[in-house]
Design a protein around this ligand. Structure first.
Ligand SMILES: O=P(O)(O)OC[C@H]1O[C@H](O[C@H]2O[C@H](CO)[C@@H](O)[C@H](O)[C@H]2O)[C@H](O)[C@@H](O)[C@@H]1O
Length: 357
């Protein structure tokens, strides 16, 4: 059973005989070409069918699964070394940079657009502020990066928008002066909003420091189901060496980076994503529909594309994609890796300091 058999969205599929349920990804979504079945066998998890219930929800339109991130560096290196030379990949990267110029090399251009405007900064976490590592629990950011983020937040409202749970990403970043959105924007703790534009599921709360904040959790009704999905996935992957299931509160990540590829995410089908989270936070900050605001979003993976699109389509700001390999994106600029992100944050601060003297 293919529940969403179009070629543009990730699917949950039941291609197996009666006793099994298979969770798969359409080959059109894979970064590498696959022949034969539209579903990559290496990406199918075979789930023993239990009572009807949560797995049927997983296969129904309530949940969606997506392969969220780029391939491992090792896999990319292996594949590219067999087909191309290092020189070829450098040429490919340089060509790609013609379309997505370096945000560092093009800093003057960004600064020109930001003149007389207030920058609002949105930062993804994994692969942007911390390097991608094999164990997701060890994706620590460096103290130098923490200092750079803390510094930039002194000058510009800054939010972290991550696929992780909000608590987890806060634990990694540890800076109280930022706003945090976890579960790909489905769990936002932001400033108290102007009361005129309140959303359903948006409540007043207090943060760990006792400061009054707004908490927005548009998928809260899915929480019991997500927890059951998490438990089911832990159970069905327990014998797969290297597989790891991570509970990100409103979504679940199945990591198979150490099995074969990288990570599959299961999350509620909800018209809410990182792009919507950017709009929500801008509105909360009173920065929406203002000609003098320049939002900048820095991120590295597929889920960040929703935010890049919002900025590009609204012609309102810049997406910056963090990637050391060419990939199609709705971003305007690029940065190669987290160390360039840090450089960019420092450059923003220096520019601001120079301009406020
Ligand atoms: O939105 P993000 O902050 O980029 O979070 C997206 C996912 O990031 C994490 O997984 C990725 O980073 C791990 C640590 O480097 C790596 O082991 C994994 O292969 C990557 O996919 C996080 O563990 C996921 O839950 C997030 O959804």
């Amino acid at each position: 059973m293919d529940l969403k058999s179009n070629h543009t969205s990730p699917v949950l599929a039941d291609a197996a005989p009666m006793n099994n349920t298979r969770l798969g990804i359409h080959s059109a979504l894979l970064p590498y070409p696959h022949s034969g079945s539209p579903f990559s066998p290496s990406l199918l998890l075979t789930i023993p069918r239990r009572r009807p219930g949560i797995l049927d929800d997983v296969r129904s339109s309530l949940f969606d699964a997506m392969k969220s991130s780029s391939p491992t560096h090792e896999k990319f290196a292996k594949e590219s070394s067999s087909e191309t030379t290092l020189g070829d990949s450098n040429i490919a990267y340089c060509n790609w940079m013609l379309k997505y110029p370096s945000a560092l090399a093009s800093f003057d251009q960004i600064a020109n657009s930001a003149n007389g405007k207030r920058i609002a900064l949105f930062l993804d976490y994994d692969g942007t502020l911390s390097p991608i590592v094999d164990n997701p629990d060890h994706a620590f950011m460096s103290n130098a990066m923490r200092a750079a983020v803390s510094n930039v937040a002194k000058y510009f409202p800054t939010a972290i928008i991550s696929g992780r749970s909000r608590d987890k990403v806060y634990e990694f970043v540890g800076l109280t002066e930022l706003y945090y959105a976890g579960s790909h924007g489905m769990d936002i703790m932001g400033p108290v909003r102007p009361s005129s534009s309140d959303h359903k599921n948006c409540v007043r709360s207090t943060d760990k420091q006792g400061k009054e904040v707004n908490l927005f959790q548009p998928a809260s009704e899915f929480l019991p189901m997500i927890n059951e999905v998490f438990r089911s996935l832990v159970e069905i992957t327990k014998d797969i060496v290297g597989a790891k299931v991570e509970n990100n509160k409103f979504c679940v990540s199945v990591h198979y980076r150490n099995v074969d590829e990288k990570v599959l995410e299961v999350r509620p089908v909800l018209n809410w994503d990182k792009g919507k989270a950017v709009e929500f936070l801008l509105e909360s900050l009173g920065l929406t529909n203002c000609d003098d605001v320049l939002p900048i979003y820095v991120g590295d993976d597929r889920t960040d594309e929703d935010a890049f699109k919002v900025l590009r389509e609204g012609n309102s700001g810049y997406g910056i994609i963090v990637s050391s390999v060419p990939k199609e994106s709705s971003a305007f600029y690029s940065l190669r890796d987290p160390s360039e992100v840090m450089e960019f944050l420092k450059t923003l601060v220096m520019w601001k300091q120079k301009n406020t003297l």
